[in-house]
Design a protein around this ligand. Structure first.
Ligand code: NAD
Length: 347
């Protein structure tokens, strides 16, 4: 008996492959090597194959029969949100058709155990502090939609032919279990920060007005090795409970500024983040407007009074009175007392 890992040459898949090999499993990796690398699969057999291809189902069946596959861990998918917005049909083809081919092959050969790489992207932007499995999924992009459709497809296969499955909704995956298995893509926060530091540049923070303590975006980061262990635990426990969908995160958020400080500061205290647009770290909103010279709070603006035509003599008199009080300029705005009135060129 063996375990098939689709996408096993990729970042997360390669960690799971290595753990499976370490515990003596027979592993066959199916990967088209579009983002994965051959040297990441170690002693496992690699079959180069696009799971979304027209003949993928037959080829998968062949491999499953030859290698007596009884369980599949399905990672093979596209994962870039922006790309999914630009190429939605391709994302559905890759992520949904690819999964459908894997399920059809599993049904044909009687392999009935599946672990599916889902994503917290299925939740969209929920208005809750902590996202649980009971939070209603409302994906906001095609990538998240393909993952949710994948979960539905799997639930239907369970009902139709007795598949046993678990869908794991990962949050933000980071780190490396082994030095040679780091995330090769510079798409997520941690690789982006490391990439900037390696080039001797300061990481840039985009977005400083989130409703969080330091104003930067808070997310839940999970170490890739913990996530890999979660796959093995789920595989071992399949069929022992009714649950099918699990969030996999730490339950604790970290802000972008905190992550950058954690990565950069211990090694080089001189390395700090810079804020996009030069805005600087956000300050708490004290709910008051301040005079530009910061001497005292300015008064809230009041609506302008309607203009009334007055005689030129009256206008001259009122202007003389007001300048003797020294508090308003010509437009009637209150001026700060601590600054001298701007001098005008004489002429
Ligand atoms: N990395 C994250 O933060 C994260 C978060 C949530 C969910 N996920 C999901 O986890 C899975 C793995 O992600 P990853 O970070 O390891 O990505 P990755 O790009 O490193 O790995 C994906 C692997 O699948 C292969 N692949 C892609 N499409 C394929 C296809 N049609 N046929 C065969 N092989 C194909 C790639 O070559 C690669 O080896 C994906 O399904 C992704 O959606 C990742």
């Amino acid at each position: 008996m063996s375990i098939m890992v689709t996408g096993g040459a990729g970042y997360i898949g390669a960690h799971v492959v290595r753990l499976l090999l370490e515990r003596g499993e027979d592993v066959v990796v199916v990967d088209d090597l579009s983002t994965g690398r051959e040297d990441r699969v170690g002693e496992a057999t690699l079959v180069e194959l696009d799971v979304a291809d027209g003949d993928a189902q037959q080829r998968l069946e062949l491999v499953m029969r030859e290698r007596e596959v009884d369980g599949v861990i399905h990672f093979a998918a596209r994962k870039q949100v922006g790309e999914s917005v630009q190429r939605p049909a391709w994302y559905y083809q890759q992520n949904v058709t690819g999964l459908a081919n894997v399920l059809a092959a599993m049904e044909a050969v009687g392999a009935d155990r599946l672990i599916f790489s889902s994503s917290a992207a299925v939740y969209g932007m929920p208005d809750v502090e902590v996202v649980t499995e009971d939070t209603t999924p409302q994906p906001i992009n095609p990538y998240g939609e393909t993952k949710l459709v994948g979960e539905w497809l799997i639930a239907d296969a369970e009902r139709a032919w007795g598949l046993r499955s678990a869908s794991l909704r990962y949050f933000n995956v980071a780190g490396a279990g082994w030095a040679d298995l780091g995330d090769p893509a510079v798409l997520n926060l941690v690789p982006m920060v490391l990439d900037r530091l390696a080039r001797g540049e300061r990481p840039t923070i985009f977005g400083d007005d989130y409703p969080t303590p330091d104003g930067t975006c808070v997310r839940d980061y999970i170490h890739v090795l913990d996530l890999a262990h979660a796959h093995l635990a789920a595989l071992d426990r399949l069929g022992q409970g009714e649950e099918r969908v699990f969030n996999v995160g730490t339950g604790q958020g970290a802000s972008v500024a905190e992550v950058i400080a954690e990565i950069g500061l211990p090694r080089n205290p001189a390395v700090g983040a810079c804020w996009a647009g030069g805005a600087g770290p956000p300050r708490p909103d004290v709910g008051r407007r301040w005079c530009r010279c910061r001497c005292r709070p300015s008064r809230p603006r009041t609506p302008r009074r309607p203009r009334v035509r007055r005689s030129p003599r009256g206008r001259r008199r009122r202007r003389a009175e007001s300048s003797s009080r020294g508090r308003s300029d010509r437009a009637g705005r209150r001026r700060c007392r601590c600054r001298p009135r701007p001098s005008r060129p004489r002429g």
